[in-house]
Design a protein around this ligand. Structure first.
Ligand SMILES: [Ca+2]
Ligand SMILES: [Ca+2]
Ligand SMILES: [Ca+2]
Length: 349
């Protein structure tokens, strides 16, 4: 009596699902003797397959920071180190509020739908990048944070679950470029009332939220008594004792707010006195939601970029001529013509 042991090593096919029975039967045959019991000449061993891979998901977002109105690319990489294929893999990436899906690019074999779910019946061993491009809402205020978390599931056993990357965060910048012009019109006589018109413009690209504190401040010179302050957006406040006008509010990209200030010239100011005035403003040039940039108003009638707005007190009354609409111009022309006709008729023959 003797025995011999044979060891056979086989590799299990990587695409076997967990629970699949692997049945192996060995049979011994010989010609040298008579076998009294041929029923025990073969043996069967059955093992159950387990699909297993320490799969992972990595995630990046670029660029960081991202500009409001710009595009953001999420790269989700499915990593399958094997040994099994990743069966019934599902990658779910619910996009955060404030972005709109543009495109999804995935390697062959993946099917992606919605915003965004990608599936693959059997992910091969290797790395599989999936790229999701989104448009960031141009109205998002600077300093907003977009948080995106994705989940990868599979029927394949993950011996080290929970090693997916944490959610990826993107900081949104909304840089503003703010300028202000300031014009003056009205009566420049001692005791006259003048109107300052300030146009505060954000030429973008970002929309500026209502920043901490006042966005604009204008202290009138001592020769003027502050009467009123108004604005067509935001809040303009007049504080006559300090002759100070403030304006507070958001400035959307491309928006202009017009602030109107009326003031009375001191009746005792000598003619020839120049009245010089300039508003100051703060804005968010780096788009992080806090102000760090400042500027001064410019008189658009002077060639410089930061000219104070100046007029000279005089006895002449300077009246602003209102712009006429085409019907107004027609009416004026008719009145002038009628006046000419009347004068012609009155001319003695
Ligand atoms: Ca503010
Ligand atoms: Ca800032
Ligand atoms: Ca100027």
């Amino acid at each position: 009596m003797g025995s011999a042991t044979f060891t056979l090593v086989g590799r299990v096919a990587p695409d076997l699902a967990t629970g699949t029975a692997i049945v192996n039967t060995a049979t011994l045959a010989a010609t040298t003797s008579t076998d009294p019991n041929p029923d025990n000449d073969s043996a069967t061993a059955t093992v159950t397959a387990r699909s297993e891979a320490d799969f992972q998901l990595t995630k990046t977002a670029a660029p960081e920071p991202v500009t409001a109105g710009g595009t953001l690319t999420y790269t989700l990489t499915v990593v399958n180190p094997g040994p099994s294929l990743l069966l019934a893999a599902t990658l779910t990436d619910p996009l955060p509020a404030g972005v709109t899906l543009q495109t999804v690019s995935a390697p062959p074999g993946w099917t992606c739908t919605g915003a965004v779910t990608c599936t693959h019946p059997a992910v091969p061993v290797g790395t599989h990048p999936i790229s999701i491009v989104v448009l960031v809402d141009p109205a998002l205020p600077g300093g907003s944070v977009l948080v995106n978390a994705a989940i990868l599931t599979a029927s394949t056993l993950d011996p080290v679950p929970g090693d997916a990357e944490p959610a990826v965060s993107s900081t949104v910048l909304a840089p503003a470029a703010v300028t202000a012009t300031k014009s003056v019109a009205g009566s420049f006589r001692p005791g006259g009332v003048v109107t300052y018109t300030i146009a505060l413009t954000n030429s973008g690209p970002g929309s500026q939220p209502d920043l901490a504190g006042d966005e604009l401040s204008d202290v009138l010179p001592a020769q003027l008594a502050l009467l009123t302050a108004n604005a067509d957006a935001g809040v303009a406040l007049a504080d006559p004792p300090s002759r100070t006008v403030t304006w507070n509010g958001p400035l959307a990209a491309g928006a202009t707010v017009t602030i109107t200030i009326t003031a009375r010239i001191d009746a005792l100011v000598p003619t020839g006195t120049p009245i010089v005035n300039q508003a100051t403003f703060q804005y968010d040039a780096d788009g992080d939601g806090t102000p760090e940039a400042a500027g001064v108003s410019d008189d658009p009638d002077l060639p410089g970029a930061a000219d104070p707005t100046t007029f000279e007190v005089s006895q002449e009354t300077v009246l602003e001529i209102p712009a006429l609409t085409p019907p107004g111009l027609l009416l004026l022309a008719l009145l002038l013509a009628a006046g000419t006709i009347v004068r012609l008729r009155r001319r003695p023959a």
